[in-house]
Design a protein around this ligand. Sequence first.
Ligand code: SF4
Ligand code: SF4
Ligand code: SF4
Length: 202
Amino acid sequence: MLKITPYLGTLVLIVSIGGLWYPKLGYVVALVFLSILVISPFRGRWFCGNLCLWGSFNDFWVGKISRKVSIPGLFSSLFLRVPVFILLMGFNISRIISTEGAVDKLGMVFVTMSILTASFSILFGAAWSPRAWCTVCPMGTLQRLLGGGKYPLKLDSDLCIDCSRCQKVCPMQLDLRAAGGDPDCIKCGRCVEACPRGALRF
Ligand code: SF4
Ligand code: SF4
Ligand code: SF4
């Protein structure tokens, strides 16, 4: 399985800081949006666990300053996430329209999105767990809505010895016994690697 690397996370700093002088770097964000729209109907939140720049930033950089405590249950509730999704997407779409297609202005809108996502990632990650922002992030919610049931994690309960090792390594702090897999699973495969009995697979 493809693994997320620390190098992806460094691109967040290049886009967010370098983009202030060279706004075209913001088009990396547009590429991310496009990839999410193409991949998520088939693989759910796979992009989050394997290719997202901010996901890598959270895992490898925010993780160094995180308190690593439980993520509040409210964050994974769609009652919070859907309004956050509508508000942030509405805000960003109105800003995109206001650029009237000017290349650098549009790039700067994407750079701002990168800065905002990195800032939320650092705040949430420091206060709770490295991937705390990923439970609320509108792009994560979009992937869940487009393909949450796709490519599910499967548990063979005959092999499972209830050792909880999988639970401890899950960056999203999911309940791995959820029937049919959790739609917020980011398919990072860490639980599969941690299981001593080979009881988990996609
Ligand atoms: S939830 Fe958002 S920030 Fe986190 S990995 Fe997914 S797209 Fe990236
Ligand atoms: S359930 Fe497994 S694959 Fe899914 S996010 Fe948690 S550790 Fe990753
Ligand atoms: S790590 Fe494997 S054996 Fe242990 S609780 Fe998870 S699925 Fe069961």
